[in-house]
Unconditional design. Structure first.
Length: 302
C-alpha cells in the first residue's frame, strides 16, 4: 500500500477501480465507480498515468477519451464476455443493410465496436440514451440482450437485440430472486438490469424489487430506510455497500455471482504496473477518433 502511494505521487498517477474488483483494490482507488462513473472520471483527470483496475474494454474507453495520457491495465488477460460477443465487422454489415438505423452500443464493447456505433450507453443512462433517439429510427442494441430487453420493456421502444450476455448476470434468474425474497421477506431487492430476470414481469411486479446500475444500487441503499438488502449483481459490490452502511445488512443473491476477470487485478500487479509502467492500453488513432464520438454523445446525456 505504501509503495503504491509513493509511486502514485512520483509519477502523477491516478487509480480508477470498478466496484467488482477485489476489496483491497477498491480500497486503494482514487476513484471507485461503475462504467459510466469511471469514463467520466477518466475524462476529467489531470493525472499523467491512469491505472485502470477493471477489464480491458474499460481501459480502452479511458484510452479513447484521454489520448495524451498513459493508460495502464494491471492484468493483460482481464476480458469480458460481453465485449467478446460482437465485432466491428458485424456492426458494419448491419449498417449496410440498415443505413438509416441507429446502433446503440453498451459501453461493455471493444474500441472497434464503438467505432461503428452511433451512441454508447451504460446501465446508468441506457434508458435516457434510448429515449433520446427519434421514434421513427430503427435501433440495434448491442451486445447485452438482457439489458436491451429491460430497456425495451420500460421504454416501450422496440429494438433489435444482439444475443450477448454478461456471464455473471446471466446466472441471476427469476427463480433465484423469488426464492431469496421468501427467505428474506423484509429485504429490498436491488437487481442489475444485465440480469437474466431483469425483464420478467414476475420481477418487475415485485414491489420490493428495484433495477439499478451498480452506482444506482449504492445510492439507493444509502437513502433507503430499509435495513436489509438482497444484492443481485457481482458480489464484490457488497464491500462498498457495507462500508457506506455499516448498520445495514447486504445479502448476495447467490455466492457465485463472481466475475473472475475482475479478480485478475491484484495489489501486487497494480504495484508492478506502476513500477514498470506496464501494460499500456492503446487504440489506433483512426479507431480512437471514430469511437470517441459515440462516447461523447453518451456523456452528454443527462
Amino acid at each position: 500500500m505504501h509503495r503504491i502511494e509513493q509511486l502514485k505521487k512520483e509519477k502523477n498517477a491516478v487509480i480508477l477501480a470498478h466496484y467488482y474488483t477485489r476489496p483491497e483494490v477498491q480500497d486503494i482507488a482514487d476513484y471507485l465507480g461503475d462504467s459510466l462513473g469511471l469514463a467520466q472520471e477518466a475524462a476529467k483527470t489531470n493525472a499523467d498515468i491512469i491505472i485502470f483496475c477493471g477489464v480491458h474494454f474499460m481501459a480502452e474507453t479511458a484510452a479513447i477519451i484521454c489520448p495524451g495520457k498513459k493508460v495502464l491495465i494491471p492484468a493483460l488477460g482481464a476480458g469480458c464476455s460481453l465485449a467478446e460477443s460482437i465485432t466491428g465487422y458485424e456492426l458494419r454489415e448491419w449498417k449496410k443493410n440498415n443505413p438509416e438505423g441507429v446502433i446503440v452500443s453498451y459501453v461493455n464493447t471493444t474500441a472497434e465496436v464503438k467505432a461503428w456505433t452511433d451512441i454508447c450507453c451504460t446501465s446508468a443512462n441506457a434508458l435516457e440514451v434510448v429515449k433520446s433517439i427519434p421514434a421513427d429510427k430503427k435501433i440495434l442494441f448491442v451486445p447485452d440482450r438482457n439489458l436491451g430487453a429491460w430497456i425495451s420493456k420500460v421504454t416501450g421502444r422496440p429494438m433489435e437485440l444482439w444475443n450477448g450476455n454478461c456471464c455473471v448476470h446471466e446466472r441471476i434468474t427469476t427463480e433465484m430472486i423469488l426464492n431469496k425474497s421468501l427467505e428474506y421477506p423484509q429485504a429490498e431487492i436491488l437487481i442489475h438490469p444485465e440480469s437474466r430476470c431483469s425483464h420478467d414481469e414476475k420481477i418487475l411486479n415485485l414491489p420490493q424489487a428495484y433495477l439499478y446500475s451498480t452506482a444506482g444500487m449504492i445510492r439507493h441503499a444509502a437513502n433507503s430506510p430499509a435495513k436489509q438488502f438482497i444484492i443481485a449483481t457481482e458480489t464484490e459490490t457488497i464491500h462498498k455497500l457495507q462500508k457506506d452502511n455499516p448498520e445495514k445488512e447486504f445479502i448476495p443473491v447467490h455466492p457465485q455471482t463472481i466475475c473472475g476477470q475482475m479478480k485478475k487485478i491484484t495489489l501486487p500487479n497494480v504495484c508492478e504496473a506502476l513500477e514498470k509502467e506496464q501494460y499500456i492500453v492503446t487504440v489506433a488513432e483512426e479507431i480512437r477518433q471514430k469511437a470517441l464520438l459515440p462516447i461523447e454523445r453518451m456523456l452528454k446525456i443527462k
